[in-house]
Design a protein around this ligand. Sequence first.
Ligand code: HPA
Length: 267
Amino acid sequence: MEDTLNFINQKTNGFVPEIGIILGSGLGEFADEHCDFAINYSEIPNFLKSTVQGHKGRLVFAEISGRKVVMMQGRNHFYEGHSMQEITYPVKVMKKLGVKTLILTNAAGGVNKNFKPSDLMIITDHINYMGANPLIGPNDLELGERFPDMSEIYKKELIAVADRCAENLGIKLQHGVYFASSGPSYETPAEIKMAGIIGADAVGMSTVPEAIVANYCGIKVLGISCISNLAAGVEGAQKLSHAEVIETTNAVKSRFKSLLQEIIKNI
Ligand code: HPA
């Protein structure tokens, strides 16, 4: 951690970000449009490189609407074969850099029958179905406690800000529970049926590890999903493909980007 922080601080001249953002599929452009300076993950000691297509792999620093922001342009996923601890390391780095609020974004399949592709959903809570937890292993009491409370990871005050911003912009928001599966295969219709029965509204392969670690180390979390497709077996769903996910996130990105900008201004 010391090596990582020394390297970043030397590159950023002591820039202290208060807001962190992890940009999901289709949102990478937001970091291109707001980039004061950037560091490739491949240069940063102990960082993983980004490998998923469409994800760039840089830490981008910018002042947006007067707020100091650090963005992950591209994230690592559990399904790539990295450990939960590895994929969440950047969240601990953000904490050490000074981040107080983390905005997590992703693409997700719609489980709730009232959702349609291109909807934006505020994450109100999650179900961790990944079969692993990023906090397993020795605990660093300096970062957080052994058994962290998770009663309100996705802070109501931040959800209220997002709702107000969406209203100002005339954007309709859904709210719901995000169900995380490990991937990389999409879910079966039986799994999606189960997810719906146990309370899920959307399903995806990211976000939950980062949210658990952020909450653990005292960072407030706001989560936003772009519903990119109907989940497997949901009435009207087609055969799932990454191409559909990319197509929808591309179509939604300008709305998503303006919402993000408005939220940063109002947090
Ligand atoms: N399932 C899991 N992850 C996803 C999906 C889905 O349907 N859509 C986008 N990411």
